[in-house]
Design a protein around this ligand. Structure first.
Ligand code: ADP
Ligand code: MG
Length: 263
């Protein structure tokens, strides 16, 4: 369609080497209200393979709602969300299968306190995605090894730092080798001293080619690590561009005001 051509053309100016690849995620005019409050008023953007997109915006601007719509924790009122070739807003879509294609980490309460690290990491793979235990265990230990936490497999969450807990939560999100990783303010509840190790892990995933949508208030990390910034304001996309275009060079007074708060 005409609309898709425009989306691709504008993106081609930013990353000329990915013009032929299909987006991993496409939001097309997504709308969502709670009661009479319109939170998402027609959100459209793409995430291309291997892109890291930082979703920014003031508290209450709809970042979590948008991510919950992508993860099927909320239903959109209107519009479509495509994960590859799958319209995940289609009521007939297979929800468990879609969730296995998307990894999710939240701000807090990611791990079950009464279960070991290994149990936490393998649980969904076994219970939701019906993996056999050996396969889940092997995959989990491999992921824990990669993040230097294999020796914590039998530890319980309260024996880990908050940063280690979030890294375990990321490892769990990667169990099913998802096409897209959603990270919703994963460092916001952490002691400032522990933020770095978690962001470092995100940077490492990026270097391995993981496709990521992350809501964050870590502006310097977003500037450094994101390929693109999507800025939400009043239910619409106020900005969609490179960190430099959006954070340094926007001439929009509200955008400049927003980023001035973080300097
Ligand atoms: P952000 O993650 O950007 O801080 P949210 O998506 O959490 O924003 O919230 C956006 C708006 O939607 C807020 O006004 C919030 O109060 C409202 N909201 C979010 N979830 C619900 C819900 N389940 N019921 C009613 N209102 C909600
Ligand atoms: Mg939020």
């Amino acid at each position: 369609t005409k609309k898709e051509t425009t989306v691709n053309d504008s993106h081609a100016q930013q990353t000329s080497n990915t013009t032929t690849s299909k987006p991993v995620l496409r939001l097309d005019d997504v709308r969502k209200s709670f009661g009479s409050t319109q939170v998402l008023k027609g959100i459209s953007f793409d995430i291309n393979p291997h892109e890291v997109v930082a979703l920014l915006g003031p508290s209450g601007s709809g970042k979590s709602t948008l991510m919950k719509c992508v993860n099927l924790l909320e239903q959109v009122d209107d519009g479509q969300i495509w994960l590859g070739d799958t319209d995940i807003t289609d009521p007939r879509a297979n929800q468990d299968q879609i969730r296995s294609r998307i990894g999710v980490v939240f701000q807090q309460f990611n791990l079950f306190p009464h279960m070991s690290v290994l149990k936490n990491v393998t649980l969904a793979a076994i219970k939701v995605h019906h993996w056999d235990k050996d396969r889940a265990r092997t995959r989990a230990l491999e992921l824990l090894d990669r993040i230097g936490m294999r020796n914590k497999a039998d530890a319980y969450p309260d024996q880990l730092s908050g940063g280690q807990q979030q890294r375990v939560a990321i490892a769990r999100a990667l169990m099913t080798d998802p096409e897209l990783l959603l990270l919703d303010e994963i460092t916001s509840a952490l002691d400032p001293m522990l933020v770095g190790e978690v962001l470092h892990m995100v940077a490492e995933l990026k270097s391995q080619g993981t496709t990521i949508l992350m809501a964050t208030h870590e502006m310097s990390f977003a500037h450094e690590a994101a390929d693109r910034i999507v800025l939400l304001r009043n239910g619409v996309i106020a900005e969609n561009g490179t960190p430099r275009e959006v954070m340094d060079e926007s001439t929009n007074p509200e955008t400049r005001e927003f980023f001035a708060h973080f300097r």
